[in-house]
Design a protein around this ligand. Sequence first.
Ligand SMILES: Cc1ncc(COP(=O)(O)O)c(C=O)c1O
Length: 392
Amino acid sequence: MTHWTLAARAAKMNPSVIREILKVTEKPGIISLAGGLPSPKTFPVEEFARACEVVLGHDGAAALQYAASEGYAPLREAVAAHLPWDVDPAQVLITTGSQQGLDLVAKVLIDAGSRVLVETPTYLGALQAFTPMEPQVESVASDDEGVRIDELAAQVGSGAGKARFLYVLPNFQNPTGRTMSEARRAALVDQAARLGLPLIEDNPYGDLWFDQPPPAPLAARNPEGCIYLGSFSKVLAPGLRLGYVVAPQAVYPKLLQAKQAADLHTPGFNQRLVAEVLKGGFLERHVPTIRALYKQQRDAMLRALEREMPGLGVHWNSPQGGMFLWLRLPEGLNATTLLPLAVERNVAFVPGAAFYAGQGDERTLRLSFVTSTAAQIDAGIAALAATIRAAA
Ligand SMILES: Cc1ncc(COP(=O)(O)O)c(C=O)c1O
């Protein structure tokens, strides 16, 4: 009988808690406030149908051929032009979703035992991407303004044990929906530069602001000190698997080599489709419609919470963009044990503990306000309140 000996890193891989929860939420009739799925109403299907005809009609053979690992040049130029600082297209690497960007960063910057810093809580998919490289992941405390920097100098350390990077999500963070303030951004970039600490800035939600754009990205303030990750998943469609990395010259060639080893290149057909769709300022017309829809849904969730939760000792925030809201249960309740009870009442959420590198806050949970309709949000929040009331 064949005996498969797994690599030590394979033993450290775990199924995504969220993907497991999403399986439960496929139960018919359930209102899922759990998934991080963009609203399918926002997918520009007709524009892609038109782009398919153009790409296959004019450029079909090239679109179906192997292509450069860096990405399709017109798309790299479009990405550089879209970003709010002076970006050379040569520093743009097109990736198969920004999730691949996280994987490449992990491969290029982490040795077994390397210390890496993440904010608290953080994106679960980043923890999953980093884990196979066997780092020591350390949490940096955060507050309503974002990651805290008062202890940063001590946490970065020095010499061989110095942290390789700090991974941050400044805009409408997944999972909390919170946004890093202007003052905190300025102070973080300043501190990081003084400490020689590289920053990994993950920004898939930055364009989805409701009332005003968020402050400038960290990378715009110190491009040499940041790797910036962006994505087309939330502004066009996640099924395209199209993201990008903007990296300084000190690391770009290695990210590119890691990309070559991973998948040679991101599908050239998809890249050409997106380049075609973006022509003529499509995003400037399309993204405001996503903002308007998500803002309406955020408002529906806030109204439902205000109506259903009073007296229960529940606290929540009011995200200024993105897809998620963060809620904290009253003392004595645990979101992980509450979930099956909520599912019995046909509503699902993601327990917040999944998003912590270390010991999670068991009282927290993440609610998505974008995939369900306003009526479903109303019913879902009412069911959640009933679950909390019964468990309290
Ligand atoms: C913070 C964050 N980073 C990265 C990703 C991965 O996005 P994609 O690979 O679709 O670009 C997600 C997806 O939800 C996310 O929330």
